[in-house]
Design a protein around this ligand. Structure first.
Ligand SMILES: Cc1cc2nc3c(=O)[nH]c(=O)nc-3n(C[C@H](O)[C@H](O)[C@H](O)COP(=O)(O)O)c2cc1C
Length: 236
């Protein structure tokens, strides 16, 4: 193991965000989105390693695995189908509510996906289609499981995030499945281990600054010359 902590990332506990409290908080909430439907996914495993490292830099980190929540295909008419409901611990829950609360809780994201035909997984794209204002003023990091570095995949996720006024880290983590991890799931590639730490550190550091400034600009009614001022109504 090359100096990377074994992940013990919790699935998000629900709770609506409180933005006024957030302005005083120095902790950043990082939500990882696992975009693979595959059990034993390499991209989701790398995601959990980054999230665990991010905790060491002072974040609260959670993971949302799309294979578990199984969002229905996005329908712009907004109609909630039976498919949205799941039986969870004996209760009937709307998975869309669960996911929305998780998104609102997050200050920064890590999107992890397999490379499918040079693009992100359908599950990841479907997840992104559900949200837009929620992503504004938040910072995103990217992990791609690919045999070809997945640069086009990262570019496409960046495009979606930019379209929603989210900020993107200027580099990605690319992993090549079994070549980068041993059978215990530990990185065997020191460059990858360093990159995992770098993304965790940068996401917490820059993600905190960007989110704090964005929320200040949203709350300060005297600020009109910032993109953040357009989100005042959304945050009220
Ligand atoms: C439908 C499909 C399309 C794929 N397309 C590509 C591709 O274009 N380039 C590539 O490098 N790998 C491709 N792969 C391989 C996966 O990206 C690779 O197995 C990856 O490790 C899976 O990620 P996961 O372990 O997180 O599920 C494809 C796999 C599938 C199932």
């Amino acid at each position: 193991m090359i100096g990377i902590t074994k992940p013990q990332i919790q699935t998000l506990k629900l709770g609506q965000s409180d933005n006024s409290a957030k302005m005083q908080s120095t902790r950043v909430n990082v939500l990882g989105i696992g975009g693979s439907m595959r059990k034993g996914s390499f991209s989701t495993h790398a995601l959990k390693l980054v999230l665990e490292e991010a905790k060491r830099y002072g974040s609260d980190s959670r993971v949302l695995e799309l294979r578990e929540v199984r969002l229905p295909i996005y329908d712009p008419s907004g109609s909630v189908s039976e498919e949205s409901y799941r039986e969870i611990n004996g209760n009937r829950e709307n998975v869309l509510d669960t996911v929305t609360k998780a998104i609102n809780w997050a200050d920064a994201f890590v999107l992890a996906t397999p490379d499918y035909h040079g693009s992100m997984s359908g599950a990841m794209k479907n997840f992104l289609d559900y949200f837009w204002e929620e992503f504004a003023g938040k910072t995103f990091g990217y992990i791609i499981a690919s045999h070809e570095k997945g640069l086009t995949v990262a570019d496409q996720m960046r495009t979606s995030v930019r379209q929603c006024y989210g900020w993107s880290m200027p580099y990605n983590i690319s992993i090549n499945g079994g070549n980068d991890f041993n059978s215990a799931g530990n990185p065997i590639n020191s460059a990858l281990a360093n990159r995992i730490k770098m993304l965790a550190r940068d996401l917490v550091t820059y993600g905190t600054l960007i989110r704090k400034q964005f929320l200040q600009d949203v709350m300060n009614k005297e600020v009109s010359d910032s993109y953040a001022s357009r989100y005042r109504e959304y945050y009220n």
